[in-house]
Design a binder for this molecule. Structure first.
Ligand SMILES: C[S@@+](CC[C@H](N)C(=O)[O-])C[C@H]1O[C@@H](n2cnc3c(N)ncnc32)[C@H](O)[C@@H]1O
Length: 213
């Protein structure tokens, strides 16, 4: 409950995403902490008729975009109010469902193949990856992809697994090399972990990882 409360507090403090991005698009996928920056959904490969699961989907804005591209989309978030906001904003889109659940529990209690699993500053960063990565791997279909992003671990940061922004929330701050090793030991056949440079005037980039079955 402490973790749910922490994420509820986080949800209450968030400003809703804009109605349109800099190019005028009403839906888009943003992997980084900066608006209008970084790669788009093309790094996920084909999306039409693919089954997509987003871990920690928040208000569902990224997932809604994938739904408009023809994917069957499932979003999971631990904070109940995030689901309410996601349904209110995106509930009219076909092939898009939102659930309130902890992601490890959700993966243990559901079945069926997934083609794409993504986490944008989401639970791959906040749930024990030694449990989570093999669970995702088991569900990925042949040719499936797991992609996730988060802030890179900064120099002098606390060791992995210590409490951070919210007292109840643990964060797994791995380097690209550490993620690659963990993904290999979790059964992924290849992976690419990189730091996307920040936009001009900013100092912190974004760690982006893709891993394949
Ligand atoms: C930093 S926010 C990112 C939200 C969204 N992906 C975005 O890019 O705007 C992290 C989200 O993950 C959710 N979350 C954190 N840990 C979770 C877990 N173990 N299971 C499910 N959701 C979780 C939080 O409630 C929150 O909505």
């Amino acid at each position: 409950m402490e973790v749910v409360d922490a994420w509820e507090r986080y949800a209450q403090g968030r400003t809703p995403r804009r109605d349109a991005n800099a190019s005028g698009a009403k839906t888009w996928l943003n992997w980084t902490q900066y608006a209008d920056h970084g790669p788009d959904e093309s790094i996920l490969g084909e999306l039409q008729d693919r089954t997509v699961l987003e871990l920690g989907c928040g208000t569902g804005c990224n997932l809604a975009h994938l739904s408009t591209l023809g994917a069957e989309c499932i979003g999971v978030d631990i904070a109940p109010s995030q689901r309410e906001k996601a349904v209110a904003r995106w509930g009219h889109l076909p092939g898009l469902t939102f659930h309130t659940a902890e992601v490890t529990d959700h993966l243990c209690r559901t079945d069926g193949p997934l083609d794409v699993v993504l986490s944008v500053f989401g639970p791959v960063w906040f749930a024990d990856p030694e449990q989570l990565l093999p669970l995702i791997r088991k569900r990925l279909s042949p040719g499936g992809v797991l992609a996730f992003s988060h802030k890179p671990p900064s120099a002098g940061s606390e060791p992995v697994g210590t409490l951070r922004e919210a007292r109840a929330v643990t964060r797994w701050d791995y380097t690209p090399e550490e993620w690659s090793a963990l993904l290999t030991s979790s059964g992924y056949s290849n992976s690419k972990a990189e730091i996307i440079p920040p936009p001009k005037g900013q100092e912190v980039g974004t760690l982006l990882v893709r891993a394949y079955t």
